[in-house]
Write a protein that binds this ligand. Structure first.
Ligand SMILES: [Zn+2]
Length: 367
């Protein structure tokens, strides 16, 4: 036994020695790896590499944490002259790619190799796409995160409590319960919010980015708080509905999506309620089918579209309960058309729903 043990030891030493004297492993390494944000226009990735052989390939892979159809990985190949020490830089121009929502999480990774054939991949790093000019603070409750910079903590906690209430209502009314973080970025006013995104939205209340689970809203202080609370609940609904129904197959009709969002805000305000009642009395309601797509650019018509959608969704929830509307969203996600999904779950298509709803609210039947 002893002899064998000794032989084993010798063999071990021999192999160990072999390992140490193996031809040199490439000294390829990344020595610097940074991103600088020039919000909201560009983001510049920079890195330095060293090796004992000339570095021949440098590739940047990057992406955004978001729901996507399939895997989306972008690649960039910064220009450089092969050498044993290289610095590279590559700039992502948001104007060309379309801007990201403030608060989006980005990841990146470098793949690099030298002429010995050695190849390495840097560890995945992440950064939040956000401006540094505002002193962002955060309050959190469960999956809800609210970021703000203007106004006191009470202001932020008020909006967070509103979002909590909105979540409770979504669970009760539509069986919608998110199990992922949702982020609200509250800008100090609409102008600040517009500065943070590169395009001019046609309507500047709040914006929901369901695939990123991010909401941005411009709320100018306490005078705007009532409106801000409604908007928090409204946009929260779009996140939760958008997340549940996200697929590469389906589509949620605008009246259903907006109707639930307005329903989640609470009762209609007096003006909206009056406008809706006038439309009912004067037989000026829109055929429901025409509200499947985008709403009118005309603000009065758009306003009525929201209120009418609210009234339809309110009827669906109150007459048929939250299980059915939840099943409807799931069927739409799976690619079922709205008519087939309604027929399957409620026993009527859009026209049948409209007829029943008009009767319930004492409107004239659709012509
Ligand atoms: Zn909306």
């Amino acid at each position: 036994m002893k002899k064998r043990a000794l032989l084993f030891l010798i063999l071990c030493l021999l192999f160990a020695n072999l390992a140490f004297t193996k031809p040199s492993v490439s000294a390829l390494e990344i020595t610097n790896n940074e991103v600088s944000i020039n919000f909201p226009d560009t983001m510049t990735f920079s890195a330095s590499f060293e090796s004992d052989m000339p570095i021949s390939v440098v590739e940047l892979k990057y992406g955004v944490d978001a729901l996507t159809c399939g895997t989306v990985i972008a690649k960039a190949f910064p220009q450089f002259e092969p050498a044993t020490s290289v610095d590279v830089e590559w700039t992502w121009e948001m104007k060309q790619s379309g801007s990201l929502p403030p608060g989006a999480t980005l990841w990146w990774q470098w793949r690099y190799s030298d002429e010995s054939g050695a190849e390495k991949v840097s560890e995945k790093k992440t950064i939040t796409w956000l401006d540094s000019e505002h002193d962002w603070q955060t309050v959190t409750s469960g999956y809800l995160n609210l970021h703000w910079y203007k106004g006191d903590r009470i202001f932020a906690e008020d909006l967070l409590a509103t979002a909590e209430e909105g979540l409770k209502l979504l669970a009760e009314d539509a069986g919608l319960v998110p199990d992922y973080p949702i982020h609200f970025y509250i800008y100090g006013d609409t102008e600040d919010m517009k500065d943070a995104i590169l395009y001019e939205p046609t309507w500047t209340g709040g914006l929901a980015y369901p695939s990123n689970s991010i909401v941005i809203i411009g709320i100018s202080g306490k005078g705007d708080l009532e409106w801000g609370r409604d908007t928090v609940k409204h946009e929260l609904t779009h996140i939760v509905v958008g997340h549940l129904t996200f697929s590469c197959l389906g589509d949620v009709p605008t009246w259903l999506n907006e109707g639930l969002a307005v329903y989640n805000e609470g009762e209609l305000d007096q003006n909206s309620a009056r406008q809706l009642q006038d439309a009912i009395d004067n037989d000026e309601l829109f055929p429901l089918r025409t509200l499947n797509g985008g709403f009118s650019e005309d603000s009065i018509k758009a306003h009525l579209s929201y209120s009418q959608s609210y009234k339809v969704v309110k009827y669906m929830i109150e007459a048929y309960g939250h299980e059915k509307i939840n099943a409807l969203f799931r069927a739409l996600r799976d690619g079922t058309t709205i008519d087939d999904a309604l027929t399957e779950i409620y026993g009527f298509d859009i026209d049948g729903l409209e007829a029943e709803w008009r009767e319930a609210i004492h409107a004239r039947p659709q012509q």
